[in-house]
Design a binder for this molecule. Structure first.
Ligand SMILES: O=C(O)CCC(=O)C(=O)O
Ligand SMILES: [Fe+2]
Length: 559
C-alpha cells in the first residue's frame, strides 16, 4: 500500500490494524514502565513522609540523623534527576518512528472524511445520527434505519471537527457546517476536559464554524445586538428550528433561516479579541467585505454544490437508497426465474438459477454462479495485486473521486479456478471469451464509502484505451459479486431505473452494445457507495470480435 491510499480499498484499511497493534504494544510497555516508576516514587515519598510524621524527635537517633543528611545530599538529587521518565518516553518515540512509515497519510484522512460526506449525501444520513453511531435517513418522524450496528460506535468532538475541517479546507461549507456544528455541540458537552489525542478545541470549532457560516450567500444585514454572549445560543436554536421547517414560510415571521445564520455568523465573530485566530478571521472577513461590498443576497438557499459530471444524481441516489430492493419487479410476469442450461453439457449437470431482472436493457442475475470457496480464492489471488482503480479519461487512465476502489487483473494462468470460471461464463453466455475476445478478470475491492458513479462500461470515444486490444468495444459485462455487504453497494441502472442488491456469489450479465454495435445508453449504471461492509466484485468484459456468430449483428439501431 502506498501512503495516502489506504482508504480506497477495505483490505488496505484492514491492513492498517497491524501498525496500530504495534503502537498499542508500545504504549502498554510505556504505561507499565511509568506505573513502576510512579510506584517507586510513591514508595520513597511515603517512606520520608512517615519519618516526618513520627512524633519523636527524628534527629536524636544518629541513624536517622545520618539518613537525613544523606537524603538531602544525594537521595533527593537522584530522585529529581532520574532519567527513567525520559528513557520511557524515548522508547515510546523510537518505537513510533519505526512504525511511522506504515501509517496512513493525511490524504487518507481526507479520503475517509470525503467518504463519510458521500454516505451522508447519497443515503441522506443525518450527521447527528452518524456522530452517535446510527445510520438513519431523514429527520423528525420520518426516520428510516438503513443499518443497525451490533455495537454502537460514536464519534468524538474532535472526530467531527476533523471531518468538518476537511470540507472547510476545500471550501465546501455545505458539508463543513453540519460537522462543525456537531463538533461544537460535543465540545460544549465536555467543556473543560482535554484529551491528549485531540487536535482541536471548542474555540477552534466555533472559529471555523463562524467563518463557514459567513461564506454562505447572505443578506447584507446591518446587525447590532450588543450582547453576543447571550445571543449565540438563541440564534443557534433559531437556526436549528428554521432548518427543521426549511422551505415553509409563516406569514407572521419576520426572519428566515438565512437571517438567523447571518446574525449567528456575526455574533460568533464578537467574543474576545484575545483569541488570535479569531482576530485573524475577522481581518479575513473584513477583507472579503471590502472586496465585494455589495455581496447582496444572490441565492439564499443552502444547497449542495452541484457536481457537473452527475446530472442524473437524484435518480441515482434514489436507486441507492432502496438498497437494491425492487418490490414491484416480482409483479411483472416477463421477469422470471429459471434454471439455465443453455444446452451446454456442462450446465446440464449443474444448471444455474437465472433471474431475469430487466428486459430493455436485458439484465440477468445468475444465482450461486460461484461457490463461497471460489469467491474466497479469487479475492485471495487478487489481494496482493490491488491498486487504485482508474478510469479512462481521453487516452489516459486516471484515479478519480467518482470511482473509489482498488482493482487487480487476473490472467487465467494465475490459478486453475480462473480457467474453470471462464468455462462457466462461456457456457452460460454462449460467447467466446478466450483472449483477446474478452479481457482478463478484473477483481475490485471497494474502499470506505467506495463507489463507482454512473458510467458506461463500453467506450464512448474512438480514442478510448479500450480499443488497444484490437477486438472492438465491450459488447457485454459479466460481473460477479464476490462478497456480501451489510448495507449499501447496490448496482444501480440509472436510465433503466432499477437497482440490484449485492447478492453474494451471484453474477450480473448485460449487453452494453446494441446489435448494431452502437452503445446502449440505457446501460448507464453505477456501484452505489458501500455503507457498511467489504464489497468485492469481479468483471469479465466481453468484446465484440469473436461473437459474430454467437450474437449476430443487425443493421437496425433498434435491436
Ligand atoms: O460494483 C458495482 O456494483 C458496479 C461496478 C461497475 O460498474 C464496474 O466495475 O464497472
Ligand atoms: Fe461498470
Amino acid at each position: 500500500v502506498t501512503r495516502g491510499d489506504t482508504f480506497s480499498a477495505l483490505t488496505s484499511v484492514a491492513r492498517a490494524l497491524a501498525p496500530e497493534r504495534r503502537l498499542l504494544g508500545l504504549l502498554r510497555r510505556y504505561l507499565r514502565g511509568e506505573e513502576a516508576r510512579l510506584r517507586d516514587l510513591t514508595r520513597f515519598y511515603d517512606k520520608v513522609l512517615s519519618l516526618h510524621e513520627d512524633s519523636a524527635t527524628p534527629v536524636s537517633n544518629p541513624l536517622l540523623a545520618f539518613t537525613l543528611i544523606k537524603r538531602l545530599q544525594s537521595d533527593w538529587r537522584n530522585v529529581v534527576h532520574s532519567l527513567e521518565a525520559s528513557e520511557n518516553i524515548r522508547a515510546l518515540k523510537d518505537g513510533y518512528e519505526k512504525v511511522e512509515q506504515d501509517l496512513p497519510a493525511f490524504e487518507d484522512v481526507e479520503g475517509a472524511a470525503r467518504a463519510l460526506m458521500r454516505l451522508q449525501d447519497v443515503y441522506m444520513l443525518s450527521v447527528k445520527g452518524l456522530a452517535r453511531g446510527v445510520f438513519q435517513r431523514g429527520t423528525g418522524s420520518a426516520v428510516t434505519e438503513l443499518y443497525n450496528p451490533r455495537r454502537l460506535f460514536s464519534l468524538t468532538a474532535d472526530d467531527c471537527f476533523q471531518v468538518g475541517k476537511v470540507a472547510y479546507d476545500m471550501g465546501d461549507y455545505y458539508h463543513a457546517i453540519p460537522w462543525l456544528e456537531e463538533a461544537v455541540s460535543l465540545f460544549r458537552g465536555s467543556y473543560g476536559e482535554w484529551n491528549t489525542e485531540d487536535e482541536a478545541s471548542l474555540e477552534d470549532a466555533l472559529d471555523h464554524l463562524a467563518f463557514a457560516y459567513f461564506q454562505w450567500p447572505r443578506h447584507g444585514v446591518a446587525y447590532d445586538m450588543g450582547d453576543y454572549y447571550h445571543a449565540i445560543p438563541w440564534l443557534e436554536e433559531a437556526v436549528s428550528l428554521f432548518r427543521g421547517s426549511y422551505g415553509e414560510w409563516n406569514t407572521e415571521d419576520e426572519a428566515s433561516l438565512e437571517d438567523a445564520l447571518d446574525h449567528l455568523a456575526f455574533a460568533y465573530f464578537q467574543p474576545g479579541p484575545d483569541n488570535k485566530r479569531m482576530a485573524r478571521n475577522v481581518l479575513k472577513y473584513e477583507k472579503l467585505l471590502a472586496e465585494s461590498p455589495n455581496q447582496a443576497i444572490t441565492e439564499a438557499v443552502i444547497q449542495r454544490p452541484n457536481v457537473p459530471h452527475l446530472q442524473t444524481r437524484d435518480t441515482y441516489e434514489g436507486l441507492c437508497q432502496t438498497l437494491g430492493s425492487q418490490p414491484t419487479h416480482y409483479q411483472i410476469p416477463s421477469l422470471y426465474c429459471s434454471y439455465e442450461t443453455n444446452s451446454s453439457p456442462y450446465l446440464l449437470l449443474q444448471p444455474i438459477r437465472k433471474e431475469v431482472i430487466h428486459l430493455e436493457p436485458y439484465v440477468v442475475l445468475y444465482h450461486d454462479f460461484v461457490s463461497d470457496s471460489e469467491a474466497q480464492k479469487i479475492r485471495g489471488l487478487a489481494a496482493p495485486w490491488l491498486q487504485r482503480s482508474v478510469v479512462a479519461s481521453g487516452e489516459k487512465q486516471l484515479p478519480v473521486e467518482y470511482r473509489i476502489s482498488k482493482s487487480a487483473w487476473l490472467k487465467d494462468t494465475a490459478d486453475p479456478v480462473l480457467v474453470t470460471l471462464d468455462h462457466r461464463i462461456a457456457a452460460l453466455t454462449g460467447l467466446d471469451i478466450r483472449p483477446p475476445h474478452a479481457e482478463y478478470l478484473q477483481v475490485v475491492n471497494y474502499g470506505i464509502g467506495g463507489h463507482y458513479e454512473p458510467h458506461f462500461d463500453h467506450a464512448t470515444s474512438p480514442s478510448s484505451p479500450l480499443y488497444r486490444m484490437k477486438s472492438g468495444n465491450r459488447v457485454a459485462t459479466f460481473m460477479i459479486y464476490l462478497s456480501s455487504v451489510e448495507a449499501g453497494g447496490a448496482t444501480a441502472f440509472i436510465y433503466a431505473n432499477f437497482s440490484v442488491p449485492v447478492v453474494k456469489n451471484a453474477a450480473l450479465f448485460w449487453w452494453n452494445l446494441r446489435r448494431s454495435g452502437k452503445g446502449d445508453d440505457d446501460t448507464l449504471h453505477a456501484g452505489c457507495p458501500v455503507l457498511v461492509g467489504d464489497k468485492w466484485v469481479a468483471n469479465k468484459w466481453i468484446h465484440e470480435y469473436g461473437q459474430e456468430f454467437r450474437r449476430p449483428c443487425s443493421s437496425s439501431p433498434e435491436d
